[in-house]
Design a binder for this molecule. Structure first.
Ligand SMILES: C[S@@+](CC[C@H](N)C(=O)[O-])C[C@H]1O[C@@H](n2cnc3c(N)ncnc32)[C@H](O)[C@@H]1O
Length: 197
């Protein structure tokens, strides 16, 4: 079995800035403790671990079986992990908050992911998207980290292309209103907050 890329699970400066910002933007609309969050592309569950103590429920959607197995090892009572994709989310009902933590550019069919969000997001609910950027220096994969022995220029160029394409889709779509956007200081990641009008 190939060794999986793992994501930093420490509440270091970068993760803390991002977590605080997510909590702040959710609190601007909801009492955090009443909120049901769905993270699409939840990897091995680090954001579920960070957020579970503060929210009513957290559901992680992830296509990769190995990441799901790892996530389920650290699950709390108010979290669950389901196999699925952003283009085909295995849920019914309505949720207040969707998160895409460094996963939006992985959507092969972004339009389909947007229509799934429309189906499942409450009216006035929010989507928070955090993405790496051209200014990201330290990637989870050493193949993407310039200066590393394993750096792979083709892989890096493909990643930058995917990020641009995913960003363009966000800007041209009309299902959701972009209410905030910015850059995190500590890790140069970009974020968008979209609202379901
Ligand atoms: C860079 S990782 C981020 C993982 C996690 N959000 C984090 O920050 O720790 C991107 C994740 O998206 C998942 N993914 C890939 N294609 C996907 C899709 N079509 N729908 C949902 N998730 C997908 C990958 O398996 C991976 O776990």
């Amino acid at each position: 079995m190939p060794i999986k890329v793992t994501f930093n699970t420490n509440l270091n400066e970068g993760n803390k800035e991002v977590l605080d910002c997510i909590k702040k933007y959710i609190r601007e609309k909801y009492d955090l403790s009443t909120v049901n969050i769905v993270e699409v592309g939840s990897g091995h569950g680090r954001w579920g671990s960070f957020l579970a103590p503060f929210v009513k429920s957290y559901i992680g959607i992830e296509p990769d079986k190995e990441y799901l197995r790892m996530a389920k090892e650290v699950t709390a009572t108010n979290t669950q992990y389901l196999q699925g994709t952003g283009e085909n989310i295995p849920l019914t009902g309505k949720y207040e908050v969707f998160l895409f933590m460094y996963s939006w550019h992985f959507m092969k069919k972004g339009d389909k992911a947007l229509s799934e969000l429309k189906r499942l997001l409450k009216k006035e609910g929010i989507i928070i998207i955090v993405e790496p950027s051209e200014k990201t220096e330290k990637w989870a994969s050493s193949k993407l980290t310039k200066g590393s022995k394993e750096f792979d220029q083709c892989m890096y160029d493909a990643k930058i292309k995917d990020l641009k394409k995913a960003r363009e889709l966000l800007e041209k779509q009309s299902l959701f209103k972009i209410v905030k956007e910015g850059t995190f200081i500590s890790n140069n990641a970009l974020y968008w907050v979209l609202e379901n009008p």
